[in-house]
Design a protein around this ligand. Structure first.
Ligand SMILES: C[S@@+](CC[C@H](N)C(=O)[O-])C[C@H]1O[C@@H](n2cnc3c(N)ncnc32)[C@H](O)[C@@H]1O
Length: 456
């Protein structure tokens, strides 16, 4: 495919000609370590090590922003261990022309399963509405209690035995959900994520939307569901690892937090979903034969779905497992009803307040003792394909950075040199990066900014 020329693209409805760049910068979800702000620098580096314009493998594709951008001018193979990442990549790379806005709206209007579920959750929805009104009038206690209740699936019989209004509504909701007899996967949002991440009304709507999306088998409908969940979630950083705590350490409600929560929890999941669908609809695609793979990086390199002429790799570089931060998106994508992990509290008998899925992926890149072998396998796997590699990594200065990198940059570079003859380091202290804010500017100045390793 010709490189760096106006591309011929098409979206679901019409042929489209010209410079597609604006629609190729798209953020499907809020994602830790997203490369949205350094896309042009990444593409330039990829083009420098592989001027052929051949297929590119985006090896840790995450939110699919890099895959989407590179797909303007190259065929892409997007790889990630998480199913939600595969769904997002499929939606933004290959699109799906099989639905219309009108057909989705009609399906939502006539969704009997959604109506039944909403009725079952009504006691908690009503109580939450009352609590929000109370909070607006100055009494934030009921809303704080509701946020602190945790998820329905984790509540033990003992907790539900007491006599408060909240407990009564939670018991009634649980009984009604059991009575409607839907499969666990159809009500998982309400039971695992309602209350602490979404309002109960939003959680019921999200279950209904996710069920429709999965039934339709459309990657775009499911991706728009994930975008909606990411947009709505009540948490700092829009992840699913730390449910918001509405009180400070001494138990005093944080009023500014409560105010923000009320605004966010009042949003309609359906409106947000339809808004995202329109955005996905507007994404031009240049071709529909990109490959999207859910696999471990070693497996994907050993048996690539298509032979790349260059690999871009953006592995995790802190101890934070992505599977913990985005477990809810994984559950929505898989459409299952997983067990919830136990927390360290209460002799390990208490289910985690965050509602984390059992058996979630543990990445070797996030584990100090395993990271060197993982990097070696990554370099060896790409070298065995006899193609160049562009690796994103983050420099780290222990004096200024609180969140340590699992491996020091120097160690990563020396491993790369064992597998490639020519390894060059580029610092991404580019204008794009500098635009962020004063903190990141300071970090960039102190050498903690992103780097690219160009390996040939
Ligand atoms: C830094 S993020 C990638 C961000 C991505 N470039 C973006 O812009 O959104 C790292 C990704 O590596 C994935 N990952 C972690 N361990 C993996 C493994 N063993 N195999 C494949 N992917 C893995 C995570 O799920 C996560 O999405």
């Amino acid at each position: 495919m010709p490189k760096n020329r106006a591309v011929k693209a098409r979206n679901g409805e019409a042929e489209w000609f010209g410079d597609a760049a604006s629609s190729y910068v798209f953020r499907p979800i809020h994602y830790l370590g997203s490369k949205l702000r350094v896309l042009t620098a990444i593409e330039r580096a990829v083009d420098r090590v592989d001027p052929s314009g051949g297929p590119v493998c985006d090896l840790f594709s995450g939110s699919a922003t890099v895959s989407r951008y590179l797909s303007q001018r190259r065929r892409v193979m997007a790889v990630d261990i998480q199913e939600y990442a595969r769904v997002l990549a499929e939606a933004v790379l290959n699109g799906d022309p099989t639905w219309s806005m009108a057909s989705v709206e009609t399906a939502l209007d006539h969704d009997r399963r959604g109506t039944i579920l909403r009725r079952a959750v009504d006691p908690l929805i009503k109580l939450e509405n009352e609590a929000a009104l109370d909070a607006l009038r100055g009494n934030v206690e009921p809303l704080c209690e509701l946020l602190e209740l945790g998820n329905l699936a984790s509540l033990s019989g003992d907790e539900l035995a007491a006599g408060s209004l909240l407990v009564g509504a939670a018991r009634e909701t649980r009984t009604r959900i059991e009575a409607i007899g839907l499969p666990g996967a159809d009500t998982v949002c309400v039971r695992h994520f309602g209350g602490q991440y979404f309002s109960y009304a939003q959680a019921a709507e999200l279950d209904a939307i996710a069920n429709l999306a999965r039934d339709s088998q459309s990657s775009v409908l499911l991706a728009a569901t994930l975008s909606t969940a990411s947009h709505l979630v009540n948490s700092i950083g829009k992840q699913f690892a730390q449910p918001i705590r509405p009180r400070d350490k001494s138990g005093i409600p944080k009023r500014h937090v409560v105010k923000k929560i009320i605004a966010e929890r009042g949003l309609s999941a359906r409106s947000v979903f339809l808004g995202y669908l329109r955005q996905y609809r507007g994404l031009a695609v240049t071709r529909r034969d990109h490959a999207t793979v859910r696999a471990d990086f070693r497996e994907a390199l050993a048996r690539p779905a298509l032979k790349p002429s260059v690999v871009y790799a953006d592995p995790p570089y802190t101890r934070d497992h992505y599977s913990r931060f985005y477990h809810s998106l994984e559950t929505l994508s898989l459409g299952d009803d997983p067990n919830i992990t136990k927390s360290n509290l209460g002799n390990g008998d208490v289910q985690s307040r965050g509602g984390y899925r059992e058996g979630r992926h543990q990445s070797p890149f996030c584990i100090k003792s395993e990271a060197p072998a993982a990097f070696s396998a990554l370099f060896a796997g790409v070298a065995a394909l006899r193609v160049p590699l562009v690796l994103s990594y983050s420099g780290y200065d222990p004096i200024v950075e609180a969140r340590p990198r699992v491996m020091a940059l120097e160690a990563v570079i020396s491993l790369a040199r064992q597998h490639f003859n020519d390894v060059r380091i580029e610092q991404l202290a580019s204008l794009e990066h500098m635009k962020l804010n004063t903190t990141s500017l300071n970090k960039a100045a102190k050498g903690t900014t992103e780097v690219l390793l160009l390996c040939r």
